[in-house]
Every structure is written in structure tokens, then in C-alpha cells.
Design a protein around this ligand. Structure first.
Ligand code: FPP
Length: 243
């Protein structure tokens, strides 16, 4: 039976964010090249998207390529970009059929022209999808995103089109790449690392955090269910007190 009703009980889970970590270690454990881990990682992505649809989760944000990942060896970067293109091509029909909308966050100006075009096409084509919004963080860093937002705010203030005194948390967040996307309810990180690593810094202020030792290529429906079960046991207070 689908756990959709359970997930939608209190506390509701509308937005799940995931730091997909451990592809390299998964490959190393098997004496395989790192890219083999990334390939398995993409297979996990498709399975977890399916699971989120099944659970009725409305937003899934995945940290697919950080601003720091540009420092990786060029062949690994190229392989990751190749996998991204393959993912977009292979999932296109399914996304349209199932109402999965793609939304990209991050500094896309650093991505190659062909990647930018493929992403823009996929975003446009899937824009009407209402089942799940798949937010791919690419060339993304939380500090970079906040900095770009601050610069845009300064530009608008200098131009006289924005009154700084009217700015509050809500209006500031609209300048972020995530715009009107609700803040993540739950952030999962795989592979045993216990840190946020510059992912959705502003948006995860009150997110519940879940860390698992499971490496991303091994993360599956059962592991997701464990995270959702743990989330259901959390008491969210948002800085307030219990009533
Ligand atoms: C972390 O593993 C993973 C990444 C840096 C990239 C994640 C990318 C994918 C799963 C594939 C591309 C995604 C899509 C949506 C097509 P790591 O390499 O840091 O692993 P390690 O810490 O074990 O070395």
C-alpha cells in the first residue's frame, strides 16, 4: 500500500531535499571508476523520483552538481554533464506522462551552452507538470545564491524600483533561485557525512535533517521510507513552543 496518506499526516511533507553523496566511495569499494558510481547514482535518482510521486511529495530538490564541484578533474565533470544529458533525454517522455516538472537552480551561466539549452528545453516542455516539481541544483552553492540575490536587490534599490525598508524574509526569499518553492521540510544526506555543504542554506533554516550511512547508489525505496518514518516522528516547532 502506498504510504502517501501516512506522509501527508502531521507533520506534512511537501518538499524533500537530498544531498546525494557517496557515488565515488560506492565505485571505489568495487574497484570501479568513479563514473560507474555516478551512473548508478542516476539510476537511484530515477527510482527516488518515482517514489516521491508515489508518496505524493510535491517538490524534490536534488544537489546534483555544486559550485565547488567545478574543481573536480575535467573528465569527471564532462562525464557528469553527459549523464545529465542522458537523464534528460531518457526521462523526457516519462516526466511528461507523469506530470513531473523540471526546475533548475544554480548559476547556469557556468554550464556549457548545450547543457543550458537542454535544461531550458526540458524546463519549458515540462512546465505544465503538476504532480512533482523536480528541482535540480546544478552549479549551485547556497552562499553564491544568497550573494546573487543580494546583488540583485542592491541593483533594484539603486535603480529606485525596490524599497529596502519593505524587504522582509518572504520578499528576500523571492530573489533566491528557489523563488516561490516552499522551504524543504526534510533534508536527507547519504553516505555518513554530517554536514550541509552549502546546499539550500537559507531555505533549510527550519528543515528537519536526516543523515544515513547508506551510499547514494544504494539508497532505495526502503531507505527513503526509513527517512520518511523518522520525519513523521519529528515535532516541528519553528522556534515556537508546544501548545
Ligand atoms: C556525490 O558523490 C555526488 C555528486 C557530486 C554528483 C551527484 C550526481 C549524480 C547522482 C548524477 C547526476 C544527476 C542527475 C540528476 C542526472 P561523490 O562523487 O562526492 O562521492 P564520494 O564523496 O564518495 O567521492
Amino acid at each position: 500500500m502506498s504510504k502517501i496518506t501516512e506522509v501527508n499526516k502531521e507533520p506534512p511533507l511537501e518538499h524533500l531535499a537530498i544531498i546525494m553523496d557517496g557515488n565515488g566511495r560506492w565505485a571505489k569499494q568495487r574497484a570501479l571508476p568513479r563514473i560507474a558510481g555516478h551512473k548508478r547514482g542516476v539510476e537511484t535518482v530515477t527510482k527516488i523520483v518515482d517514489e516521491c510521486v508515489r508518496h505524493g511529495i510535491r517538490f524534490l530538490s536534488l544537489f546534483a552538481f555544486s559550485s565547488e564541484n567545478w574543481g573536480r578533474p575535467r573528465p569527471e565533470i564532462d562525464a557528469l554533464m553527459g549523464l545529465l544529458l542522458q537523464f534528460l533525454a531518457s526521462q523526457r517522455k516519462k516526466m511528461l506522462r507523469e506530470g513531473v516538472r523540471l526546475q533548475v537552480i544554480g548559476d547556469s551561466s557556468r554550464l556549457s551552452q548545450s547543457i543550458q539549452e537542454a535544461l531550458a528545453d526540458a524546463e519549458k516542455e515540462t512546465a505544465a507538470g503538476e504532480t512533482l516539481t523536480l528541482v535540480l541544483a546544478l552549479s549551485y552553492g547556497g552562499r553564491d545564491e544568497i550573494m546573487r540575490a543580494a546583488k540583485q536587490i542592491a541593483r533594484e534599490a539603486l535603480a529606485g524600483s525596490l524599497d529596502i525598508d519593505q524587504l522582509d524574509n518572504r520578499s528576500f526569499s523571492r530573489f533566491l533561485d528557489t523563488g516561490d518553492i516552499p522551504e524543504p521540510d526534510l533534508l536527507i544526506r547519504t553516505s555518513g557525512e554530517i554536514r550541509i555543504s552549502n546546499f539550500l542554506l537559507w531555505q533549510t533554516a527550519y528543515s528537519e535533517l536526516y543523515f544515513t550511512d547508506v551510499l547514494w547508489p544504494d539508497f532505495d525505496a526502503e531507505e527513503l521510507q526509513k527517512a520518511l518514518d523518522a520525519y513523521l516522528c519529528r515535532k516541528r516547532r519553528f522556534g515556537l513552543v508546544d501548545v
